[in-house]
Design a protein around this ligand. Structure first.
Ligand code: NAP
Length: 536
């Protein structure tokens, strides 16, 4: 799938990454008659859905929501098979989009962008790759994803482990058969929670090494209901509009009551109804779950009772209870049979809080209290989220200043899409935008549309460059922080806070003001001739 036509060395835009964001950005740039090159490290398009092939990988946002809205023919003709689409199906969809819109001819695969350097004299970026290519572009658009830099904890003895090890975010394409193996899964976030029930079904024995228990809601996945599909498709435009105006990029049944104003019976009924419906909507059961600790505690109590009712061994159930952070302030997980998996005879839960991992050994792993013989280790240990992939590229803006230097104390951006000191550079779903707190595709389309409109505006007005001002950026950063601190989110050691990466600055990175509100803000900025930006 490499290009057959002559590779262009000078283009209007370079796009880094060929996941949902990069592909749609390319489509929009093409529509404006611009030339673009997309560089992608993977052997295929798909980004997150190309790399995350671990057992049970599927999207927690429902398939009718988690798809492109820009083409009505596409959304009408494509048929999802399940309520929540699996990774292979989403990857098939992305490949279909790439073919349908003839996107592949501008995508260079198996090529990692290593550096991007801005030249003030020409207002252009020089983009370099690990294949030694150098491309000059007026615009550099980072579509590198929020969760794409896999994080394997630094155990000095990992190379001496005699078995095989994997990271969920970099899974072998041929799959892994765990039959008859003694398997250790480290981590209990979304990726682990999806894969553990399936690995447990194959392995001779599964050891789950848990540092922090998570709140997980049942998915109740099922074949997509044809009546529901028909009803959405009959009103898809309106369905999408509501998603764009919503708080999280898909419509969740709202309840404007406080968890504390209703009777205990009503509260229980509401939680039970959301639990039965399944999925991420649980955290919207009451309006104040993410802003009042007292309200949140009622939801946590409901969860604790559920876990105790599912897990037969009371000691195991107690270890699985999330207690030290409010529900939803670490990303809520969505599962199929996660808690019930701990009732299996071949599954052991190990609490790393009481007995931390001391070393990976040639034969497995040793905690403070015990050694575990393992044939396979699965690191479900997450990602250097939101900033990792951006900082992996040596990005240098005006005066040769590096992004790494600028972000040494945490990411600073204007609207999560532009950075002062880095003209003509855009970050799709960058830190400071709703991104990971939303349906990513809604946020991706919004950013790519906004960037395309901006580029068109610059062209029509004879501008060579656009750059966020330091003042606008500072105000936005302050606003993102203020809104974040109105919620309970900063109370958790989450990857939203950078807390999963040793040494990473503790800042609440996404914008929690809501997808609809954020869109309005971005539109206003554009309408006012790109307020907060300097145009050259
Ligand atoms: P994650 O949420 O960051 O979970 C990583 C897990 O590994 C946590 O339990 C963490 O414990 C543990 N861990 C990390 N380093 C460790 C260490 N050194 N020793 C022991 N345990 C360690 O990562 P993820 O599960 O890959 O999910 C990341 C995000 O990707 C999700 O939150 C979600 O946004 C997205 N995702 C979505 C889906 C979906 O839509 N279905 C599926 C998978 C992922 P601590 O909590 O103590 O740090």
């Amino acid at each position: 799938m490499t290009n057959t036509h002559e590779q262009k060395r000078t283009v209007d835009a370079v796009v880094v990454g060929a996941g949902f964001a990069g592909l749609y950005m390319l489509h929009r740039l093409r529509g404006l008659g611009l030339t673009a090159r997309v560089f992608e490290a993977g052997k295929g398009v798909g980004g997150t859905w190309y790399w995350n092939r671990y057992p049970g990988a599927r999207c927690d946002v429902e398939s009718m929501d988690y798809s492109f809205s820009f083409s009505d023919d596409l959304q009408q003709e494509w048929r999802w098979t399940e309520r929540y689409a699996s990774q292979p199906e989403i990857l098939k969809y992305i490949n279909h989009v790439a073919d349908r819109f003839d996107l592949r001819r501008d995508v260079t695969l198996e090529t990692r962008v290593t550096a991007a350097v801005f030249d003030e004299a020409t207002s252009r970026w020089t983009v370099r790759t690990d294949r030694g290519e150098e491309v000059s572009a007026q615009f550099c658009i980072m579509a590198t994803g929020c969760l794409s830099t896999a994080q394997v904890p630094k155990y000095p003895d990992l190379e001496r482990f005699k078995g095989k090890w994997y990271h969920t975010g970099n899974w072998p394409h041929e799959g892994v058969d765990f039959t008859g193996q003694r398997v250790g899964v480290i981590g209990t976030g979304s990726s682990a929670i999806q894969s553990i029930p399936i690995i447990a079904g194959q392995a001779a024995h599964l050891f789950v090494f848990q540092r922090t228990p998570n709140f997980s809601v049942p998915a109740h996945n099922a074949p997509l209901d044809p009546d529901y599909e028909r009803s959405v498709k009959a009103n898809y435009a309106d369905f999408r509009r509501q998603a764009r105006e919503s708080r999280v990029g898909f419509v969740v049944e709202r309840n404007d009551k406080s968890a504390l104003e209703v009777s205990p019976d009503e509260r229980e009924r509401e939680y039970e109804a959301r639990w039965r419906r399944g999925g991420l909507g649980f955290s919207s059961t009451f309006t104040d779950l993410l802003i009042s600790k007292d309200a949140n505690d009622t939801a946590a109590d409901f969860f604790h009772a559920k876990i105790r009712s599912i897990v037969r061994d009371p000691a195991v159930a107690e270890t699985l209870l999330p207690r030290h952070y409010p529900l939803g302030t670490k990303r809520l997980c969505v599962d199929t049979d996660y808690y019930a998996t701990f009732n299996r005879g071949n599954v052991t839960l190990i609490d790393l809080k009481t007995s931390p991992i001391e070393a990976i050994t040639p034969d497995g792993l040793r905690t403070r209290d015990q050694s575990y013989a393992l044939d396979r280790i699965v690191f479900a240990t997450g990602f250097d989220a939101m900033t990792g992939a951006l900082l992996a590229v040596d990005i240098r803006g005006r005066g040769g200043r590096s992004l790494k230097e600028k972000w040494a104390e945490g990411p600073r951006s204007y609207l999560g899409v532009a950075i002062a000191g880095f003209p003509n550079l855009f970050t799709i779903t960058g830190p400071g935008s709703p991104s990971v707190l939303s349906n990513m595709i809604v946020s991706i389309e919004q950013h790519a549309d906004w960037i395309a409109d901006c580029v068109e505006y610059l062209r029509n007005n004879g501008c060579m460059a656009i750059e966020a001002t330091v003042e606008a950026e500072a105000q936005w950063v302050q606003h993102v922080n203020e809104v974040g601190h109105l919620t309970l989110y900063p109370q958790a050691n989450s990857w939203y806070m950078g807390a999963n990466i040793p040494g990473k600055p503790r800042i609440f990175m996404p914008y929690i003001g809501g997808v609809g509100v954020y869109r309005q803000k971005c539109d206003e900025v554009a309408m006012k001739g790109y307020e907060g930006f300097r145009l050259k």
